[in-house]
Write a protein that binds this ligand. Structure first.
Ligand code: ANZ
Length: 826
C-alpha cells in the first residue's frame, strides 16, 4: 500500500504555517465583537534541557482543545513563553559550568524549535521569557504595588532552609519535610525574609473554590482546601502567676477545657525561654539543643516517643481554676496558632502519648462509643466530666451536650468571663518569596540606615541583575548579589545618603503568578499589562498542567489575581475558569528517571515515528487525567492508522465542492454522528474517545470505498474531509497533507468545523428484544420513539414469539420501549 514520507511532509508544512500564522490571535476581531474569545493557557516550561515527554503530552492535549476552538470559529489566545528564572535553571547551569543566562537562553532556543516542529498551535508573536528585563521590570513593579499595600513585608522568623540549595523555601516547597526540588531534608533557620501576605486572602481563596469545583479537577480543589486549612476554634487565656499577660492558646476543641491537665509550649518559641525557671533552665537548654539538631521530618513524625521538659511554672485553667503544669516540647510548632497548646490527653492523641510518658493525668471529656478501643477519642459523643461528678460548680456545665453545642457553650462562657474568644484559624502561612540565589528578579528595595526599607522609584525599574560573569554562583547561604559592590551600594532615593540594595532575588513562582496577564499585551513597555486587553481576554477559559502545582503556582496565581483586582488593575478575581490536570507519562509502571534508566526521550520518539504518530499516541492512550505507560502504547500502530487515513484522501474521486446530499446515506449518517459526538467529547475533555470515533469513521470509509458505494460517491468525500478536520486537532501534518490532496488550499487548521445535519442524526430503527420465560425469543426492528402499546402489539404479533408462547396464558407483559418486551406466562 502507498505510504507518505513522514519527514518530507513535516519539512513541507512547517514553512507554510510560518507564512500563514493561522494561530495569531487578533485583539481587534474580539474587540469588535466579530468573534468570541477563548483564552487557552498551558503551563510554560522551565528551560532546563530540551522538551520531554511530559511537555509532549500536555501540548498534544492542549492543542486538541485550542485547535477545536479555532475550527468552531472562536478567536483563540494560546500563548507560550518561558519560565526562565529560578533554581532549576540555575542549578543546571552550575552543573554544566555555564552562566545561567547562556544556559537558559540556549535551552529556550532549543525548546522553541522543538515546539515548532511539534506543530504546537501557539501564537509565537506573544512569546517572552520571565528573565527578560522587559518582563521582570514589571514583576518588580507589581512587587512594589503589593509592598505599598502592606501585602509584601519583611519579618524575622524560623524559616525552612534547604541545606543543599542553600536557600530558604516557602512552606509549599517543602514536601514531607524535604525540598520539593532536590529532595534534601529541610531544616529550620531564624532569618529575616520577604513575605507576601497570602493569609489576607485565606477566606476568599477558600470560598471561591466552591465556584471553581465544577470546572477544576477535584484533586487540585481538595489539595487547596486542605492547604488553606480553615478551622474554627477559640483562643483561650491561661493566667500565669507573676506574669502580667496570660498565655493564649489556640484550640479547635474548646469543649474539652475541663480535660486540660497541662499546657505545652513549642520548645523553640521565645515564650518557653521566657517562662522557664532558673532551676529548670539547664535541662531546658540541653533539650532545646537536642531539638535544634533534629529535622522537620523527625519533629513531626508521629511514631516517635514524645519528649519534653517541665518549665517549672503553672498556669490557671480559666474554667476550673486549677493549676496545671507548663511543659516545653517539640511536637508543638512555634509558628502555628500561638505556639502554645492546652494539653487534652483524653481527646488528642499527641497529648495522650505525652501525658503517658510524663505521668500526667488523663481525663476524658467526650463519651466514646462502647466498642472504642483507641486511646485519645476525638469523635462525636456526649460531653462528660465537664465538670466531673462531685466537683464544685464553676458556673459552666457542659455534661450531656454534643461536641458542637459544648463548643458554643464553652466559647460563650469564656467570652463572658473575658478569658476567651471564638476564632477562625488557617493553616495557610504567608508566602516566603525571597531567595538567596542569583538567577531571579532582584527585589526592588533599598535599605537605608535613615529611611529603612525604601522602594526603588518606578522610573528606575528594572533593577537589572548584575552580570557577575566569572563569579562563583554556587549556593552559600547569602545571595551572590552581595558580592557586586558597585551594584549594591547606592544612594537612598529618599534622603540621598549611602544605602544598600536588597541582595535577595524573588522566588520564581512570583514570575509565574502573573505571566498569563502579560500575554495579553506582551510588548507594552508602558505598563505591566493593558487592563482593557486583559479584561477582554481574561480570565483563562482553560488551563492545562500537572497537579504537582496544586498548592504552589495555582494558589499563588489566584492570590495575585485577587490582590491585583483589589488594586483596581483587573476586573476579575479568579485567573483560570477551568483547570484540567494531565497525568504523567511513565514507563513500565514507574516514573521515568535517570536512576531507573527507563527514560524515553521525546526527540527520539519523534525521530522514529514522526510528530503526528507521537501526538496521536499521547492523546489516544488514556483520558487526559490518567497516567500513560509508554510500555503499553504503540506509536507504530498510530503511524499505521495515520497512513490508512491518508490513503483515503488519495482514493476520493469526486470533485471538491460536490454536493454530498446525493451520497450514500449510511456513510453520511456515520460522518455526521461522528462529528457531532466529537464536539461533545472534546468539550468534556474526553479526547481519547474522540480519537477512537475518528478511527471508526476511517474504517467505515475504507469499507465504503472498497466494497460499498465506491470512491466516486460524494458521501466518501464528505467523510474524508471530516476525517482530515478531526485529525487536524491531533495530527496536524498528515491532516494538512490530506486536505491538500482533497483539492483544498491550506490550512486545514482553519477550515472550519463541519456543519452537522441534524436530520442525519436521527436513528431510524433500534432493535427491540422480546423475552418469553426469560429467554430471548424474538428481535424486532422498531422506531426509536415507538410507544409502549405499539411495541407490545408488535411483539405479540411476531411469528417467533407466537411459536414460543404456544398458546400459554399470558400473566404479564413488561414493556421498556424501545428496547425490551418481557412476556411472563404461567
Ligand atoms: C485542645 C484539643 C483537644 C485539641 C482535642 C485537639 C483535640 P488544626 O485543626 O490543625 O488547626 N495545636 C494548636 N496549636 C498548635 C501548634 N502550634 N502545634 C501543634 N499543635 C497545635 O489543629 C488545632 C489543634 O492542634 C488545636 O486544638 C491544638 O490542640 C493543636 F481533643 O486543643 B487542640
Amino acid at each position: 500500500a502507498a505510504t507518505y514520507d513522514v519527514e518530507a511532509v513535516q519539512a513541507k508544512w512547517q514553512p507554510v504555517w510560518d507564512r500563514l500564522e493561522p494561530f495569531r490571535a487578533d485583539d481587534e476581531v474580539v474587540r469588535s465583537g466579530e468573534r468570541e474569545k477563548r483564552y487557552a493557557l498551558t503551563m510554560f516550561p522551565y528551560p532546563s534541557g530540551d522538551l520531554h515527554m511530559g511537555h509532549g503530552e500536555v501540548t498534544a492535549l492542549h492543542d486538541v482543545l485550542t485547535r477545536y476552538w479555532w475550527q468552531r470559529g472562536y478567536e483563540v489566545l494560546n500563548p507560550m513563553g518561558w519560565d526562565s528564572f529560578g533554581l532549576p535553571a540555575e542549578n543546571a547551569a552550575i552543573r554544566n559550568d555555564a552562566h545561567p543566562a547562556d544556559y537558559t537562553y540556549g535551552n529556550i532556543d532549543t525548546q522553541f524549535e522543538s515546539f515548532r516542529k511539534y506543530g504546537a498551535s501557539f501564537d509565537w508573536s506573544r512569546r517572552f521569557n520571565t528573565s527578560d528585563p522587559e518582563y521582570y521590570r514589571w514583576t518588580q513593579w507589581l512587587f512594589l504595588r503589593l509592598f505599598e499595600q502592606g501585602l509584601a513585608y519583611r519579618k524575622k522568623s524560623p524559616v525552612n532552609w534547604c541545606p543543599n540549595d542553600q536557600t530558604v523555601l516557602a512552606n509549599e516547597q517543602v514536601v514531607d519535610g524535604a525540598c520539593e526540588r532536590c529532595g534534601a531534608v529541610v531544616t529550620k533557620r531564624e532569618l529575616t525574609q520577604w513575605y507576601f501576605r497570602t493569609t489576607a486572602y485565606a477566606q476568599e481563596l477558600l470560598d471561591s473554590l466552591d465556584d471553581l469545583q465544577p470546572t477544576w479537577s477535584d484533586k487540585v480543589v481538595n489539595a487547596q482546601r486542605n492547604w488553606i486549612g480553615r478551622s474554627e476554634g477559640a483562643h483561650v487565656d491561661f493566667a500565669v502567676a507573676g506574669r502580667e499577660q496570660p498565655i493564649t492558646v489556640y484550640t479547635t476543641r474548646p469543649d474539652t477545657i475541663f480535660g486540660t491537665t497541662f499546657m505545652v509550649v513549642a520548645v523553640d518559641a521565645a515564650l518557653a525561654d521566657e517562662l522557664v525557671t532558673d532551676a529548670q533552665r539547664p535541662a531546658f537548654e540541653a533539650y532545646r539543643e537536642e531539638i535544634r539538631r533534629e529535622t522537620e521530618i523527625e519533629r513531626l513524625s508521629t511514631d516517635r516517643p514524645k519528649t519534653g521538659v517541665d518549665l517549672g511554672v503553672t498556669a490557671t485553667n480559666p474554667v476550673t481554676g486549677e493549676q496545671i503544669p507548663i511543659w516545653a516540647t517539640d511536637y508543638v510548632l512555634a509558628d502555628y496558632g500561638t505556639g502554645a497548646v492546652m494539653g487534652v490527653p483524653g481527646g488528642d492523641q499527641r497529648d495522650f502519648e505525652f501525658a503517658t510518658v510524663m505521668g500526667l493525668p488523663i481525663v476524658r471529656t467526650t463519651q466514646p462509643p462502647a466498642d472504642f478501643e483507641g486511646e485519645a477519642y476525638s469523635g462525636e459523643g456526649a460531653t462528660i466530666n465537664s465538670p466531673a461528678d462531685g466537683a464544685a460548680s464553676v458556673g459552666l456545665d457542659l455534661n450531656g451536650m454534643s461536641v458542637a453545642d459544648a463548643k458554643s457553650a464553652a466559647i460563650a462562657f469564656l467570652d463572658e468571663q473575658g478569658s476567651g474568644r471564638g476564632t477562625v484559624n488557617f493553616r495557610l502561612r504567608d508566602w516566603l518569596l525571597s531567595r538567596q540565589r542569583y538567577w531571579g528578579a532582584p527585589i526592588p528595595i533599598i535599605h537605608c540606615p535613615v529611611d529603612g526599607e525604601v522602594a526603588v522609584p518606578d522610573d528606575q525599574l528594572p533593577v537589572e541583575l548584575p552580570a557577575l560573569r566569572g563569579a562563583d554562583l554556587k549556593p552559600k547561604g547569602v545571595s551572590p548579589l552581595g558580592g557586586a559592590e558597585e551594584w549594591v551600594n547606592v544612594s537612598c532615593p529618599t534622603c540621598g545618603g549611602p544605602a544598600k540594595r536588597d541582595t535577595d532575588t524573588m522566588d520564581t513562582f512570583v514570575d509565574s503568578s502573573w505571566y498569563f496577564l502579560r500575554y495579553c499585551s506582551p510588548h507594552d513597555d508602558s505598563q505591566a499589562f493593558d487592563p482593557d486587553l486583559v479584561n477582554m481576554w481574561g480570565p483563562c477559559d482553560i488551563y492545562i498542567g500537572g497537579d504537582e502545582h496544586a498548592v504552589l503556582h495555582l494558589l499563588y496565581a489566584r492570590f495575585f489575581t485577587k490582590a491585583l483586582r483589589d488594586l483596581g488593575l483587573l476586573s476579575f478575581g479568579e485567573p483560570f475558569s477551568a483547570y484540567l490536570s494531565q497525568g504523567k507519562v511513565i514507563n513500565n509502571g514507574r516514573k521515568m528517571s535517570k536512576s531507573l534508566g527507563n527514560g524515553v526521550s521525546l526527540g527520539g520518539q519523534l525521530a522514529e515515528f514522526g510528530v503526528d504518530a507521537v501526538r496521536l499516541t499521547l492523546v489516544f492512550a488514556s483520558p487526559p487525567e490518567d497516567n500513560i505507560d509508554w510500555a503499553d502504547v504503540s506509536p507504530s500502530g498510530s503511524l499505521k492508522f495515520l497512513q490508512r487515513a491518508w490513503r483515503l484522501s488519495g482514493d476520493v474521486t469526486s470533485a471538491p465542492g460536490t454536493a454530498p446530499e446525493a451520497g450514500d446515506v449510511a456513510l453520511r449518517k456515520l460522518t455526521h454522528k461522528t462529528v457531532h459526538e466529537a464536539a461533545d467529547l472534546i468539550e468534556k475533555h474526553r479526547f481519547n474517545v474522540m480519537v477512537a470515533r475518528t478511527m471508526e469513521l476511517v474504517n467505515a470509509t475504507r469499507k465504503a470505498i472498497d466494497s460499498g458505494c465506491g470512491p466516486a460517491d460524494p458521501a466518501v468525500r464528505e467523510a474524508v474531509e471530516a476525517v482530515a478536520i478531526l485529525l487536524s486537532l491531533v495530527a496536524p501534518y498528515v491532516a494538512e497533507e490530506m486536505w491538500e490532496r482533497l483539492g483544498h488550499q491550506p490550512t486545514v487548521a482553519r477550515a472550519g468545523w463541519p456543519v452537522v445535519d441534524e436530520a442525519l442524526l436521527v436513528e431510524d430503527s433500534v432493535t427491540a428484544v422480546v423475552q418469553v420465560r426469560g429467554k430471548v425469543r424474538g428481535r424486532l426492528e422498531v422506531s426509536p420513539d415507538i410507544s409502549e402499546a405499539d411495541l407490545e402489539a408488535a411483539a405479540l404479533a411476531d411469528e417467533a414469539v407466537v411459536r414460543a408462547l404456544d398458546g400459554a396464558t399470558i400473566r404479564k407483559v413488561i414493556v421498556k420501549a424501545p428496547k425490551l418486551v418481557n412476556i411472563v406466562v404461567g
